[in-house]
Ligand binder design. Structure first.
Ligand code: PRX
Length: 708
């Protein structure tokens, strides 16, 4: 492959056809490559072409000391990687550090007057607010004092934080980290019910909330969700003692939910007693848990991914420096939500550990119009921009020509969370990046802490639709179902695995070690008794292809998880929610291709005998139930009410047949079904009488619901 220096001109294969996003998603072809601009290379953090050698297997695991050395430690580690209890790897054992100290205190010497966070409210007439490192230090200290002395939280306790994108969210996380309290942030868009179940699983006695926030121009009542969360936690046997409430407009309560005396407190009122208080950061073991982040899996119960202190911070700092190319003088905007792992790693911890200025935007990207992100970027002089394919598709559709109206210039842009269609990538590159920016397509997961596959921005060529090779120190491999390696260029999809441990990998599933081993390691473990990491490849649960050039193209989940707008939803979670409706006998959830969100759930239900509720009413009930039990992000595209589900002779619902019908794909062999006649009936119900031409369909949907 030509190096960027040899070849700085952009070259691409021009696609003649005009395709929609949905069609593009199923019409892959080998793409031409693009090279990083010279101007970018000249200033990049990582330009050493020998980096892969430095991080090669022969230097593993010592190579990761390079990341740990980017941090300040109270006590240096004794062992880089301890493999004595596979696959529960331990990193930087014996080391002591504090995450808050690394992200805040240590920046004061050089950067105390520099903006750490710039918070951009959704209403455009509210000016952005910059918080310097010094101010962040004061606020985090005061809040840490409040959490310790008023809420009674101590090192090792868990606290659930259900908040929107306001400055107080990272302030709360950092205050927890200062005390060694394990935070569990639940995405603000999840329902109170979903928050309560997670709070119960983590054993939180304290909830931190915001009363309200702006969304699409309206002030949304958020505190109401706390009441539902407390009820849900109680049903699970968990008592919540205190709800600490931030006010969006201090002094003005923005919720209709009553404040319960002795349980609910306005933080800004209690804080008055803690003005000027300072709390020493607690030196934490590198292996102490830093936070939990719940994500969906194949069962109805979300998994609390437990991330460690030292390895996690080292990994997000190293990758923020090398892959995000963050320098302290950069203005960095990751337009994700802090309630997801991307926000934890690449809005809060990585950028602050590098003393960057990180932007927090409260609202939706297209409010009040599709020019909003570019106005923010122009005004704040953002030079690194990070977002998801869904946001890019949305902005492209709503305002394809908007970026050129603004004087915004990025050196670096990221896409994360879902596969990106090459046409969408090219719009991002040409229209948003104006051909001046490097793009990294970063593939990773909640469980991973930080990036796994991506191009190295100043070193590798970019290939639209492909994440790229493993990042330094990550050795990915594709296995088939028979544990055989699928070589580069085989043109067949297999299961992407990572051969080695890395510092950002989560420690376990909170309270469920067996599920951790079963889900991620059992499938490809070579020898369960072995203490050699080489025998324990990590199974990511994604299908992927490896091209001849060593670039991975991620195709999507191979399990019962649907990736909706970059958010993971477990089909079983949605199905369990439907089954709480008294009229519903059976429920099956399948993914449908969507032009903007990538995939959206379609719900099939069959009703109990004798139920006379109308289809319209049932659809409303199902939608409402999903919204209250999970959240609006899980809202189904359609609810299909069917007389029966296609089933195997043993009574198993054949979701692959339903997914094929929903996406107008070939239903494949249905002769083994117990009730094959139902397939045509359902097809007619969903697609109408006319026999429509079949579509090829994307790989993840082809594989959805298949028996391995
Ligand atoms: O299927 C992959 C997809 O998102 C899943 C992980 O989702 P989550 O844990 O919510 O984390 C999202 C942000 C890190 C993966 O299993 N995914 C993530 N990034 C990409 C991707 N698919 C294709 N390309 C990506 N860059």
């Amino acid at each position: 492959m030509a190096t960027p220096r040899q070849k700085l001109n952009t070259k691409e294969h021009k696609s003649k056809q005009k395709l929609t996003e949905a069609q593009i998603a199923v019409h892959w072809k080998e793409e031409g490559v693009f090279y990083p601009p010279k101007k970018f290379i000249e200033q990049a953090n990582l330009t050493d072409p020998k980096v892969m050698e430095r991080f090669s297997e022969k230097n593993f695991p010592k190579c990761f000391e390079e990341y740990a050395e980017m941090l300040s430690w109270y006590q240096r580690w004794k062992t880089v990687l301890d493999t004595s209890d596979p696959p529960f790897w331990k990193w930087f054992v014996g080391g002591k550090l504090n995450v808050c100290h690394n992200c805040v205190d240590r920046q004061l010497a050089k950067y105390k007057n520099k903006a750490a966070l710039i918070c951009v409210p959704e209403p455009e007439d509210e000016a952005p607010v910059a918080i310097t490192y010094q101010e962040l230090y004061s606020r985090v200290n005061e809040l840490a004092a409040l959490l310790r002395d008023f809420a009674g939280l101590k090192t090792g306790d868990r606290v659930t934080i259900h908040m929107p994108m306001i400055a107080e969210l990272p302030i709360t996380m950092l205050a927890c980290a200062r005390l060694g309290v394990v935070h569990s942030v639940v995405f603000g868009g999840f329902s109170g019910e979903a928050c309560g179940l997670r709070a119960a699983d983590s054993g939180s006695r304290v909830l931190v909330y915001a009363d309200s926030y702006y969304r699409s121009g309206k002030l949304a009542d958020h505190k109401a969700a706390a009441d539902l969360a407390i009820e849900a936690a109680k049903r699970e046997g968990q008592t919540i003692d205190k709800v600490l409430v931030w006010q969006r407009h201090p002094g003005k309560y923005g919720s209709a939910s009553p404040m319960v005396k002795g349980r609910d407190y306005f933080i800004n009122e209690v804080l008055k007693d803690f003005r000027g208080k300072r709390v020493e950061p607690v030196p934490m073991d590198a292996e102490a848990p830093l936070f939990l982040m719940y994500t969906s899996g194949t069962t109805g119960k979300p998994k609390g991914c437990q991330h460690r202190t030292g390895g996690y911070l080292a990994y997000v700092t190293g990758t923020s420096k090398y892959i995000q190319d963050i320098h302290p003088e950069d203005v960095y905007w990751c337009m994700a939500d802090i309630g997801w792992i991307t926000g934890h790693s690449y809005i809060v911890y990585g950028p602050l550990a590098l003393a960057a200025t990180s932007i927090i935007y409260e609202g939706i990207p297209i409010y009040p119009d599709a020019g909003r992100p570019w106005r923010i970027a122009e005004r704040l002089n953002v030079n690194i921009f990070h977002t998801s394919p869904t946001a890019i598709r949305m902005l492209r559709k709503a305002g394809p020509d908007e970026p050129k109206k603004y004087n915004c210039h990025f050196k670096h842009m990221t896409t994360v969370g879902e596969p990106i269609e090459p046409e969408v990538w090219k719009w991002y590159y040409n229209a948003v990046g104006k051909g001046e920016a490097v793009i990294v397509d970063t593939w990773w997961q909640t469980e991973n802490g930080g990036f796994l596959c991506s191009t190295k921005p100043a070193i590798d060529a970019m290939k639209p639709g492909s994440a790229g090779p493993g990042v330094p120190g990550i050795y990915p491999i594709i296995y088939d179902e028979n544990k055989q390696e699928m070589p580069a260029g085989s043109q067949k999809a297999g299961n992407i695995c990572i051969r080695n441990p890395w510092p950002g990998i989560f420690q376990t599933i909170w309270g469920d070690r067996d599920r951790f081993v079963r889900t991620y390691y059992q499938k490809y473990c070579k020898s369960p008794k072995s203490k050699d990491w080489r025998d324990w490849p990590y199974f990511a649960g994604d299908g992927a292809l490896l091209a001849k050039d060593g670039y991975f193209r991620i195709l999507g989940r191979v399990d019962d998880v649907i990736n909706v707008a970059g958010h993971r939803l477990g089909t079983k979670e949605l199905e369990s929610a439907c089954l709480t409706i008294p009229e519903v006998a059976e429920a099956a959830v399948v993914p449908v291709v969507d032009e903007i969100k990538g995939r959206v759930p379609e719900i099939y239900i069959s009703l109990k005998p004798g139920v006379t509720t109308s289809a319209k009413e049932m659809t409303e009930k199902v939608t409402h139930t999903i919204e209250t039990m999970i959240g609006k992000i899980a809202r189904p595209k359609t609810v299909q009410i069917v007389p029966d589900m296609p089933k195997t002779r043993s009574g198993k619902i054949m979701r692959r047949v339903l997914a094929a019908i929903s996406n107008r794909m070939d239903t494949g062999d249905i002769t083994t079904l117990a009730n094959s006649d139902i397939v045509e009936q359902i097809r007619e119900l969903v697609q109408g009488r006319a026999v429509l031409p079949l579509q090829e369909g994307p790989e993840d949907i082809k594989r959805f619901g298949q028996e391995p």
